[in-house]
Design a protein around this ligand. Structure first.
Ligand code: SF4
Ligand code: SF4
Length: 673
């Protein structure tokens, strides 16, 4: 064929008689109807839930989590992330390209020619290749090295085959067109041109056959989307758009008395007790296994599998079973609420909300027994998770001359900062060492502070995360009244669990204060020159980031700054980041464990697990302790009394692997003696 000298463009429906075009429209209308009908069926399930209580920021959700793929980019940086980015941006470009083509054909604007057309062809050619490479990568990875937590079934292979065939037949149709009608400007789509030249001379009938194969595959794809895990193409967009813009990992939804009176329920007994958005988010699950891969309970062989929790509750929305019948009670109690799953989930599913709401229902039905139930009872009777009497909260202060808020109030003196000790800090021997070290540091730095002593009650965090919402609310209310009575405006605490609930949850009950973790204050005091930073040799110290500090509240810098490490080192929580950390020249370079910062690994104490029986061969703390020991450091720095207690049970006390555990406050206090 002779190249035609004309403005670059292409002819739509090349070689296709009118009735083929009519058949095409009927097929597409049918496929779209099937798709929409299935989406409507899903929407029917979403609407069975409670109305959402927030105002979504639709645009921000779509830009941040869909277009910019923020969550996808932050996990599996060497495999899942680049693979998904190739598929996503490739698919998006092909989708937009097809949409532009339709606009050009069916609207008065005829722009599909000239330089625009050349750029269009170039971009779609390469993005099509990205799509095909991404899908091939996904299939190879699934076949030869699937990540832990990823399961495959027949429909996954059908899905991947369909996607691959879509990409390949798209290229074949383009190549066939160039084979039959070559143009001077075909080089703007070099892959299509290469395929066209590699093919033997085709006939128009062959082209039409290839075109129909591609179109039928597209129609099958559209009709089948809601049935495949690929439905996340639709539902992840809806999930991101409708998500709560003010949602925080560390904030649980308060239950109100009015709500209980209206529904007769506390928490989620059936899926319809979740919000509509939560039910919608279940449909967005792409079964990627990221949540299961990072779950500390699953990793030590417990029955908890967050991906399965999501799928089981999703099934329950269809079958009408209760949440507990769909998900085992064992699995629900195994969660440490570490939020690793929430942090990893690319479609914003909030597993911890699902689990805690289910626990609330179990607790309300009296289905919590054993040591955790004992903890709740003693919390109700003594307002201490340890079951100690209020006066015992001041025993640790003996010999320390700790200023008390009530004494200062009696003398009509004020204080700037309330040192909130927490239940552990008042009674656990290791945590008491931290409390004393913090007191010494505050005194040395000249901070005007006070403690509450016996006026301090448990924040209620263990009750809330175990599912006893109203015990939590009573404690929160009492503490807030105490804060108001003493004019508290700023709170510092060495406990990340107290820190989280005081900072993120007390506001829902009228308690708005500045709340900081002790490592944040220490870091500030070092920066101001009021305290000296400790010194240690490279690799001597390793740091265990607490989940409720590093991940839930995104604070990984302060513990490092308090240890005199310049910053969160390179901020890269990836193998490259670890390598760069280790390559740091001299002094104060931490021996970072495999999981650190936002991606830290749970010690197993959160979510009330501290008070639940644990099989010795299923301890998350043992796994974490081994990771820390593997760094070769000779000291473990911690920043949480709960982590300290858990690691203490798993780090050897004797032998070649014996290694001390010290809170950062103790390490800094020694440097300031
Ligand atoms: S819940 Fe989220 S992280 Fe887990 S499998 Fe589904 S999409 Fe992946
Ligand atoms: S919060 Fe932690 S323990 Fe609970 S399901 Fe998620 S990853 Fe597992």
């Amino acid at each position: 064929m002779v190249p035609l000298a004309e403005s670059p463009t292409r002819t739509e429906f090349l070689f296709l008689p009118e009735w083929h075009q009519t058949a095409f429209y009927i097929l597409m209308a049918f496929a779209t109807t099937v798709c929409v009908w299935q989406v409507c069926k899903c929407a029917f399930h979403w609407m069975s839930g409670k109305p959402i209580s927030w105002k979504p920021d639709y645009l921000r959700g779509i830009i941040e989590f869909v277009l910019l793929q923020r969550k996808v980019r932050s996990s599996r940086p060497l495999s899942g992330a680049p693979m998904h980015l190739l598929i996503f941006y490739g698919f998006l470009a092909l989708f937009l390209g097809t949409t532009l083509l339709a606009i050009n054909k069916y609207s008065p604007w005829k722009f599909h020619h000239g330089s625009y057309y050349l750029v269009y062809e170039f971009v779609l050619d390469w993005m099509g290749l990205a799509f095909v490479l991404g899908v091939t990568w996904a299939a190879g990875r699934r076949a030869f090295s699937p990540p832990r937590g990823m399961k495959s079934d027949f429909s996954d292979w059908v899905t991947l085959s369909l996607l691959l065939l879509l990409g390949l037949t798209g290229f074949l149709v383009e190549g066939a067109r160039m084979n039959l009608v070559p143009r001077d400007f075909d080089s703007s789509a070099p892959i299509g041109q290469w395929i066209g030249q590699a093919l033997p001379q085709l006939t128009p009938a062959t082209y039409v056959g290839l075109w129909w194969i591609h179109v039928v595959l597209v129609a099958a794809f559209i009709a089948w989307i809601p049935q495949m895990r690929l439905r996340h193409i639709l539902f992840a967009v809806a999930s991101a758009a409708g998500s709560d813009p003010s949602a925080k990992m560390g904030r649980l939804r308060p239950v109100t008395i009015e709500e209980v009176e209206a529904t007769g329920k506390i928490g989620a007994e059936s899926p319809s007790d979740f919000s509509r958005w939560h039910i919608l988010s279940l449909d967005a699950c792409m079964q990627c296994g990221r949540c299961t891969e990072v779950c500390p309970a699953n990793a030590v062989g417990k029955s908890l599998d967050p991906q399965k929790v999501v799928q089981d509750i999703r099934s329950a929305t269809r079958t009408g079973t209760t949440v507990v019948d769909a998900v085992s009670e064992d699995a629900l109690w195994a969660c440490t609420t570490c939020n690793a799953c929430v942090e990893a989930c690319p479609v914003l599913i909030r597993h911890v909300d699902l689990i805690v709401e289910s626990r609330r229902s179990l607790v309300a039905e009296g289905r919590l027994s054993g040591t955790a139930a004992t903890m709740l009872r003693q919390l109700q009777s003594t307002q201490s998770a340890w079951g100690t009497q209020p006066a015992d909260r001041e025993k640790w202060m003996e010999g320390e001359d700790v200023p008390l808020a009530r004494d200062l109030a009696a003398q009509q003196k004020t204080f700037d900062t309330l040192l909130w000790i927490g239940c552990a800090g008042a009674v656990d021997p290791g945590a008491i060492r931290t409390s004393k070290a913090v007191v010494r540091l505050l005194k040395k730095a000249g901070v005007n502070f006070a403690c509450l002593g016996k006026d301090e009650l448990c924040t209620g965090d263990p009750a809330r995360r175990t599912g006893d919402e109203f015990t939590y609310q009573q404690l929160a209310d009492s503490n807030i009244q105490t804060f108001k009575r003493f004019g508290v405006t700023r709170i510092v605490t060495p406990c990340p669990h107290c820190f989280n609930t005081l900072r993120n949850e007390y506001g829902d009950f009228g308690g708005d204060f500045e709340v900081i973790h002790h490592t944040q204050l220490i870091a500030d005091l070092i920066e101001d020159g009021r305290l000296d930073a400790p010194e240690f040799s490279k690799g001597e110290v390793t740091l265990h980031d607490p989940c409720y500090l590093g991940r839930v509240n995104g604070e990984a810098d302060a513990p490092r700054l308090a240890l005199g490490v310049p910053s969160n080192q390179n901020g890269l929580e990836t193998p490259l980041g670890q390598w760069l950390n280790r390559a740091q020249e001299d002094g104060n370079a931490l021996a970072e464990p495999r999981h650190f910062g936002r991606k830290t690994l749970c010690c197993g104490a959160g979510g009330g697990r501290m008070w639940m029986e644990e099989d010795t061969d299923q301890r998350p703390s043992a796994r974490r302790a081994q990771e820390l020991l593997d760094t070769g450091a000779s000291k473990i720095a911690v920043a949480c009394p709960f982590c300290r207690i858990m690691l203490d049970t798993s780090v050897p006390k004797e032998g070649s692997q014996a290694i001390p555990i010290e809170d950062i406050a103790e390490i800094v206090a020694k440097a300031n003696e």
